[in-house]
Design a binder for this molecule. Structure first.
Ligand SMILES: Nc1ncnc2c1ncn2[C@@H]1O[C@H](COP(=O)(O)OP(=O)(O)OP(=O)(O)O)[C@@H](O)[C@H]1O
Ligand SMILES: [Mg+2]
Length: 407
């Protein structure tokens, strides 16, 4: 335990906490020269006043997509006298066509970005702004799969190109979810995927180099050994080659050591930290699910908590649910939210998505239990899942109302 004096004094563990944060982007991004070069190639035409090809970037979480794109955006911003204009849009926040258009307007036409304009006004204003001195506008849409009306957004942005006589728009879309393209209109798909760039997961040796570099400036000398760093890197490589995860484990291990008032990080703290980071990662993942998958998962969490209708199947340890009762609950939740529920065909797709993400397990029941049916088991803690989703779903409702007001 730390005394108040310890808490007020200088840390024995950390030299610079900030560089250990996964939000910190280092100046040099190692092992990503090729990817950075590919992004530069995609935006180079716009710097010469030509419309570049749209680029779609895909890769698992924590593989450096956002960092590399931001690196290139910074390079562009440092080029003087260019007609290329760029907006970085985090679609987790700006998750509709309207919000994206409003964000672009507020980036480049701040005086116009007052509340109350509708999508059509924003569109016209942006189109004129691009055309007036043949600007090339690059829209970077990070976490693009979060946009609710993505087909409309892609259509709107591409339409600018056929509407104007000079200048142009191109898009860079970023996502860590390949499956989202199944929901896109084939026309949007071919537009967005003009060129594709895949970020591979990091190897253990690469993760080691990344965290070693951060540990050197983040921790005091001698606080963390190479063995511990190798352990964290190997663990993160197994978890999917996610650099953000490895950094979370690293900084959490430091915090746990500090809490114990110990002077160096041992394997024990690293292991504890890995456990905490894994749990956090699950709830982050839940936050990124598409809306109806969230609602299905929410139904599963609620039913798991109440035990389900078929308590006989609950073996005292695990709760198994019938796929049909989940669908009924999902339907009634949609009903109470005044949302149209998706068909059973979609619902089955959602279940397999949730299964692929490791959030649920689904089994075919053998004969005997109401013919053939699917049994579903939640693999993550029900209570916490429910809490996380409730915050999310109620947040969703508030957004809808705001949008109504704005339109
Ligand atoms: N090549 C690298 N060199 C140094 N640090 C890196 C590198 N790649 C990633 N990181 C670190 O990992 C963090 C996460 O990376 P980033 O946010 O770019 O991942 P991402 O691919 O966008 O993930 P997500 O799909 O979850 O958005 C960065 O903030 C940075 O601190
Ligand atoms: Mg990202």
């Amino acid at each position: 335990m730390q005394t108040l004096n310890d808490l007020l004094g200088e840390s024995k563990i950390f030299m610079n906490r900030e560089v250990l944060s996964p939000h910190f982007t280092p100046k040099k991004l190692v092992f990503r020269e090729k990817e950075i070069n590919n992004i530069e190639r995609a935006v180079a035409p716009s710097l010469k006043g030509e419309r570049g090809r749209n680029l779609f970037i895909y890769g698992k979480t924590g593989t450096g997509k956002t960092s590399c794109v931001n690196y290139v955006i910074d390079e562009i911003k440092n080029i003087p006298n260019t007609r290329a204009k760029i907006s970085y849009i985090n679609c987790r926040i700006y998750n509709s066509r309207f919000k994206v258009l409003a964000k672009i307007t507020s980036d480049h036409l701040p005086t116009y970005a007052k509340r109350g304009y509708g999508a059509v006004d924003l569109y016209e204003r942006l189109r004129n702004w691009i055309e007036e001195d043949s600007k090339i506008f690059v829209a970077v849409l990070d976490e693009i799969d979060m946009v609710r009306d993505l087909d409309d957004l892609i259509y709107t942005l591409t339409r600018i190109n056929s509407d104007i006589k000079a200048g142009g728009v191109s898009m860079i879309g970023i996502s860590n979810r390949v499956s989202f393209k199944e929901d896109l209109d084939p026309r949007s798909l071919s537009t967005l995927y003009e060129t594709e760039l895949v970020f591979p997961p990091y190897y253990a040796t690469e993760l080691y180099a990344i965290i070693k570099d951060r540990a050197n400036t983040g921790f005091k000398k001698g606080v963390i050994s190479d063995d511990v760093l190798h352990y964290i890197a190997a663990h993160a490589a197994k978890e999917g080659g996610d650099a953000r995860f490895s950094l979370k484990v690293l900084s959490k291990a430091g915090e746990l050591t500090e809490d114990k008032n110990a002077s160096s990080v041992t394997l024990k703290e690293a292991q504890e930290a890995a456990k905490v980071a894994e749990d956090d990662a699950v709830y982050d993942l839940i936050g990124t699910l598409p809306e109806h998958q969230k609602l299905v998962l929410y139904s599963i969490a609620l039913l798991t908590q109440s035990g389900g209708t078929y308590k006989k199947l609950t073996d005292g340890v695990d709760t198994y649910l019938f796929s049909g009762e989940i669908y009924n609950r999902y339907n009634s939740i949609c009903g109470s939210m005044k949302k149209e529920s998706k068909s059973e065909r979609w619902y089955r797709k959602y279940l397999s998505e949730l299964e692929m993400q490791g959030l649920i397990a689904a089994f075919e029941s053998g004969k005997g239990i109401r013919g053939h049916t699917k049994l579903v088991k939640l693999l993550v803690p029900a209570r916490k899942t429910r809490d996380v989703l409730e915050k999310d779903i109620f947040g969703m409702l508030e957004e809808k109302n705001e949008e109504k007001e704005a339109n």
